[in-house]
Every structure is written in structure tokens, then in C-alpha cells.
Design a protein around this ligand. Structure first.
Ligand code: 6PG
Length: 468
């Protein structure tokens, strides 16, 4: 029976959740997995949704089960598996059948696949983890608009909604959807890192218990910091280990994993010359965290890093305000990078729509995003922290960010994201910087030339002796 409205390949955690979400929204879906046993198990466990799901044993059967013109979602690991899956699937398809890569692909790969595709192809970023995939993710689409429009009704139906508006948006041609997803993940890394830095200060320098830290995050989640990441941090901090009864965080090894999306964002930012120091610092922090033995040697040699902070020096209210400033700076950097890519790749990325798309479903959803969408709608080219509502946040919080970074430096807390966020803020509010010295040095040793305030042209030189 060729009556399925869409197909899906790859029944891992995300693929299975997405397939159930599609069936739950009333669509008939055919599914296939590399291992047939998993397909059967998935169907057996689908409960009431099973009648809308057609399990198939071969790719040929999958294709035959879908009504043409077909659309098939790939939910396989990023990289070679996607190329292999496309190579196996494409020969079985009709010319107008659409393949949709919904994994966390590197956008350069999506660009390449789109150019090489001998049929319609979309690359979509899906955010929200397993829960989001099952009940409403944020979806960032890239590829030909006409191909997006073919599947938009299904993608909008399964996506998260913010006040009834679907969080499923076409971002632009080629790999634009996967690019926006990568920047989303970069912001995710920086936001998570700043929260972890605040946790470190509370744990190591303010002497707070895990329960107190959890309660503090829960309280912050009722104010300007309200967001999914603060909400889950409250739960993580308060969680108890079922095996030992101890706080769960005491049992978790302090070495952060990464699949690579944050690193891709940092590398791409360098190509674009887009300054995203807080995001880069968060990637660096994950890399540092994995050097467990080296860090232990460092502690043995130099003494334990974080020391207590005198209670009168720093309050939880200051820490909260520092995180508010940090959050604004993370997003300002992320949106700045998107604006740079939009110009560089000619994609016309819709910045206000991106902020709107992130208001629900995705990992970085936060109360601030609605205001960000408004600010970017007024002027997408303006640095987000210069928009009146965010400038006002920065006026109110920048002193606290300064106090936290200073207290962290004096007490030996490593705060890479918060301190680089502050350095970015200070750089961006300094009209007369110090790069005149860099230009002087460059001209001194390499006659690279410099621009002058009082004359046109860039090729001016200093009075260096020829033999220096
Ligand atoms: C999301 C997440 C999700 C996942 C990534 C990043 O938006 O749902 O970003 O895509 O968390 O795989 O994970 P790493 O932390 O392993 O890079």
C-alpha cells in the first residue's frame, strides 16, 4: 500500500521520537531502520499510533509504502552515514522525490550534498532533544523554498508552538538551516558554560549545598533568566543519585562531552571574522574539562584553584545579574555571526524569524527571545545589545558581571565564558581601542602600512630607521 504521507529512516532516539510525533499529528508514516529488529520493536511499542505507522524491512519496501511524490526524512548520524544512506536511497526514488536530512549535519556538507543531489534535497536542523522531537521541536529548514513548501505543513504541525505560531521556519537556500542550527548550538554551549560557571562559584566559593544551588536556579527561573537551561539546571543540581543517595552532581565526572557542533560554530566564526568569544570560550572550556589528569597535576603543583569568597564581596543577586548580562552577550554574539554569514553567503537569513523560531521547543528557548525577535525586527544589523531593551539590561547588569569576574579572578574560579563575555562588552563600548599599537608593530617589522585619522589611505608608514 503506497499510502504513507512521509517516510523516515533511522529509528534511534531522535528518529523514533520524530516518527511518533508525525504519527501523533495524524500523518501516516513509513519507517525503516538498518536493523530490522529495531523497526519491529519500534512498531510493537507504538501503541495507539501503530496503525498510522508502516514498518518496512527493506529500502525498496519503504519507498513502495510512500505515496509519490515522496518525502523521506533521514535521521542517521552526521557525516559518512548520511552520504551512504543517500547513495543507497536515491537510485530507488523518482526524480521529484525529496530527501530531508534532519540530523546535526555540518552545513558545508549540506551545501555539498545539495549541489551534488540528483533530486530534491533539504537540510533541516531539529532542536529540543528527545522530548522536543516527540512533542514539538524547533525546526530550522534549508534548501530550495519550493521543496520546503512541500513538507512545511507536516513540519509545522509537528513543531513546537509559541502562542500558536509554529517554530518551523525556512531559513534560506542550501545549508542555511543547518548553519542556523550550528549557531543555536554555539549559543547553547555558551549559555550552559555560563550557568556552570555560576554553579562553580556557588559550590566552591560561596559554600552552598547542591539543594541550595538547585533552589537558587529555580528562583532565577522565575525572573529575567527564565529559560529551559536554567530550569533543567535547577533539577540537575537538586537531583539525588539513586545508587548512593548522594547529590547526583557529586557522582558525575567533570569532563564535558561534545559531538562537534559548538566546535564547528567556533571554526566558522573564524572564517567569517565574526567575534563570538563567549561561544569560543565555552568550546575551550569543554576541551579543558576533559584534561582530568592534567588538571589534577596542576592542583597538586599550584594548590586548589577556587577559594572562598567573603560573603560581603558577592551576593546571589549579583551572580544572577552577571548571568543576565552573559546571556545577552551570548545571543548578541550568535546573532552577529548569523548576520555576518547572511552577508557572506548571500542567504538573507531572517534574523527576527530565527529569534521567533527559538522561542519554543529548542534547547535555548528563553523568556528573552520574544524581546530579541522584536529588537531584531526593528534593525537586524544592529548589535543586539545596542537595542534599547537589551542596552537597558546591560546598563543594569554590567557592574555585577564585572564584580563576578573580578571575584572569580581573585578567588581562583575559572570563568572563561563570563570573562570573555565581559571583554567583548568592554571592547564593543570602547571607541578608541589599542589596535593602533598592533598596526604600529606590524608596520615596524613588516612595513604593512596603517591608516591615519588625519589623511586618507591605508598605506602610511612610521619613521622607522631602515636598519632597525
Ligand atoms: C538540540 C541540541 C542537540 C544536542 C547536540 C549537541 O538542539 O536539541 O543541541 O542537537 O544536544 O547533539 O550536543 P553536544 O553537546 O554533544 O555537542
Amino acid at each position: 500500500m503506497s499510502d504513507a504521507e512521509i517516510g523516515l529512516i533511522g529509528l534511534g532516539t531522535m528518529g523514533a521520537a520524530l516518527a511518533l510525533n508525525i504519527a501523533d499529528n495524524g500523518y501516516r508514516i513509513a519507517v525503516w531502520n538498518r536493523t530490522a529488529a529495531r523497526t519491529q520493536e519500534f512498531h510493537d511499542e507504538a501503541g495507539d499510533l501503530a496503525p498510522r505507522i508502516t514498518p518496512t524491512q527493506t529500502l525498496k519496501e519503504l519507498v513502495a509504502a510512500i505515496a509519490p511524490p515522496r518525502a523521506i526524512i533521514l535521521m542517521v548520524p552526521a557525516g559518512d552515514p548520511v552520504d551512504q544512506q543517500i547513495a543507497a536511497l536515491r537510485p530507488l526514488l523518482d526524480a521529484d522525490d525529496l530527501i530531508i536530512d534532519a540530523g546535526n549535519a555540518l552545513f558545508h556538507d549540506t551545501n555539498r550534498r545539495m549541489r551534488a543531489a540528483d533530486g530534491p534535497f533539504l537540510g533541516i536542523g531539529v532542536s529540543g532533544g528527545e522530548e522536543g522531537a516527540r512533542f514539538g521541536p524547533a525546526i530550522m529548514g534549508g534548501g530550495a523554498r519550493a521543496h520546503w513548501d512541500r513538507v512545511a505543513p507536516i513540519l509545522e504541525a509537528i513543531s513546537a508552538k509559541f502562542c500558536d505560531t509554529p517554530c518551523a521556519t525556512w531559513m534560506g537556500e542550501e545549508g542555511a538551516g543547518h548553519f542556523v542550527k550550528a549557531v543555536h548550538n554555539g549559543i547553547e554551549y555558551a549559555d550552559m558554560q555560563m550557568i556552570a560557571e555560576a554553579y562553580g562559584i556557588m559550590r566552591d566559593s560561596m559554600g552552598m549545598s547542591y539543594d541550595e544551588i538547585g533552589a537558587t536556579f529555580a528562583k532565577w527561573n522565575t525572573g529575567p533568566l527564565r529559560s529551559y537551561l536554567i530550569e533543567i539546571s535547577a533539577e540537575v543540581a537538586a537531583a539525588k543519585d539513586t545508587a548512593t543517595g548522594k547529590p547526583l552532581l557529586e557522582m558525575i565526572v567533570d569532563a564535558a562531552g561534545q559531538k562537534g557542533t559548538g566546535r564547528w560554530t567556533a571554526i566558522e566564526a573564524q572564517h567569517l571574522a565574526a567575534p563570538i568569544p563567549a561561544i569560543e570560550a565555552a568550546v575551550v572550556a569543554r576541551n579543558l574539562s576533559s584534561r582530568l589528569a592534567e588538571r589534577a597535576s596542576g592542583e597538586a603543583l599550584f594548590g586548589k584553584g577556587p577559594q572562598p569568597i567573603a560573603p560581603e564581596t558577592l551576593s546571589l543577586a549579583q551572580l544572577e545579574r552577571a548571568l543576565i548580562a552573559g546571556k545577552v552577550l551570548c545571543y548578541a554574539q550568535g546573532f552577529g555571526m548569523i548576520a555576518a554569514a547572511s552577508d557572506s553567503y548571500g542567504w538573507s537569513l531572517p534574523l527576527p524569524d530565527i529569534a521567533r523560531n527559538w522561542r519554543a521547543g529548542c534547547i535555548i528557548r528563553s523568556a528573552m527571545l520574544d524581546d530579541m525577535a522584536k529588537a531584531l525586527g526593528e534593525d537586524p544589523k544592529r548589535n543586539l545589545m545596542f537595542a534599547p531593551s537589551f542596552a537597558s539590561h546591560m546598563h543594569d547588569t554590567q557592574q555585577s558581571l564585572r564584580d563576578v569576574v573580578a571575584a572569580g579572578a581573585l578567588s581562583g574560579n575559572s570563568l572563561p565564558a563570563l570573562s570573555s563575555g565581559l571583554a567583548y562588552f568592554d571592547a564593543m563600548r570602547t571607541a578608541r581601542g589599542t589596535a593602533d599599537m598592533i598596526q604600529g608593530q606590524r608596520d615596524f617589522f613588516g612595513r604593512h602600512g596603517f591608516a591615519r585619522f588625519d589623511t586618507d589611505g591605508k598605506g602610511h608608514h612610521g619613521p622607522w630607521d631602515d636598519d632597525t
